[in-house]
Design a protein around this ligand. Structure first.
Ligand SMILES: O=P(O)(O)O[C@H]1O[C@H](CO)[C@@H](O)[C@H]1O
Ligand SMILES: O=c1cc[nH]c(=O)[nH]1
Length: 339
């Protein structure tokens, strides 16, 4: 059976998202504070019931850019002269865009930020009765023995001591949650790297840290108490253990999606080879182009998924239309003029 050919094909979707909290049933409404949404104030089922993919990345701009890329790729139309609306704009925290069955949300930097967002997004999926969503993180990272511009699909997210779980302090006790990512999804994504992509796409282990500077063995922060030799020893140890990149969200992303029974993948581009330095010195245009590489891969996945299920029509000559309204309603975005 080839990738994307599911046992029950388009009706393979069988389960809604699990929240593991019986207290939610007792609440008369659930306020998703950091998303500026709520089960009492919004019809979450109507707004988000058709979601199939949730894509997250660090910055609002990247996720807006990704939303517009998707619009182009799946010919998702909004009225001429209008823009996509940031659904969470009144939260002043995260930005959220919806393009048909795809939610694009910025997660900020670090595990606390992505963790809060995941709690609320998982509850959003639950309230909206979304069936088997797939979550992606599209990010940037430091490479380990890999040049800038390389795309890495994480096969495992580990902490700075190479442990494959997220440690949380809950009620003064340490709780461990396994950071498991979906293997099949990784290979499906890898299969979408094209031979003429002018950069490699590899699968490998990702170290997730709580800090960009000392936590990632950088010597260019405001503080540094280790030597160049100790730095190299640590980074070489990571390489020896199969680590290909370092970033700051994959562990929480993998652990919390896994805890909710959600299939997830982490796709990051490298912005430098950490074995060669600490500073990110490439021109902005180069970094911008590199940032788009994980987006392209995930976009190919989504497009292929929709095409396979007959949800995109006329998938030839660049002319693509989302078939409406079969499984996915194309929720009309409120129009908003360019300022
Ligand atoms: O580019 P994003 O997705 O934010 O990812 C990486 O970049 C940030 C650090 O510069 C951290 O959030 C890290 O994980
Ligand atoms: O080195 C890097 C680059 C991007 N993001 C990180 O977390 N580390």
């Amino acid at each position: 059976m080839s990738f994307f050919q599911e046992e029950n094909d388009e009706y393979e979707d069988v389960s809604t998202v699990m929240v593991r909290n019986s207290h939610l049933d007792l609440m008369d409404q659930d306020i998703l504070y950091h998303l500026a949404l709520g089960s009492g104030s919004h019809d979450l089922r109507a707004m988000f019931g058709d979601v199939k993919f949730v894509c997250m990345g660090g910055t609002p701009k990247r996720m807006e850019q990704f939303a517009y890329r998707l619009m182009e790729e799946i010919s998702y139309k909004i009225p001429t002269g209008t823009t996509l609306q940031d659904i969470s704009r009144y939260s002043y925290r995260y930005s959220m865009y919806k393009v048909g069955p795809v939610l694009c949300i910025s997660h900020g930097m670090g595990m606390p930020s992505v963790g809060i967002l995941l709690h609320e997004t998982i509850k959003l999926m639950f309230h909206a009765k979304v069936v088997d969503p797939v979550f992606f993180r599209i990010g940037t990272s430091g490479g380990i023995g890999l040049e800038g511009g390389t795309v890495i699909i994480s096969d495992e997210a580990v902490d700075g001591t190479l442990q494959p779980h997220l440690e949380l302090q809950i009620l003064g006790k340490t709780v461990k949650r396994s950071s498991v990512l979906d293997k099949k999804l990784q290979w499906e994504l890898k299969s979408l790297a094209e031979p003429d992509d002018p950069y490699p796409t590899v699968i490998g282990k990702t170290v997730c840290t709580s800090d960009f500077y000392e936590g990632q063995g950088r010597m260019d922060g405001a503080f540094c108490d280790f030597t160049e030799e100790e730095r190299m020893e640590y980074l070489e140890k990571l390489k020896f253990n199969g680590v290909r990149n370092i970033e700051m969200e994959s562990l929480a992303f993998a652990a919390l999606t896994h805890h909710a029974g959600i299939k997830a993948a982490v796709v990051c581009v490298t912005l430098l080879d950490r074995l060669k330095g600490d500073q990110i010195h490439y021109p902005k245009e180069v970094l911008d182009e590199w940032q788009q590489r994980p987006q392209k891969l995930v976009c190919r996945y989504i497009k292929k998924y929709l095409s396979k299920r007959g949800l995109i029509l006329n998938n030839h000559c660049g002319s693509v239309n989302v078939k409406s309204p079969r499984r996915f309603k194309l929720v009309q975005q409120e129009s908003e003029s360019y300022d």
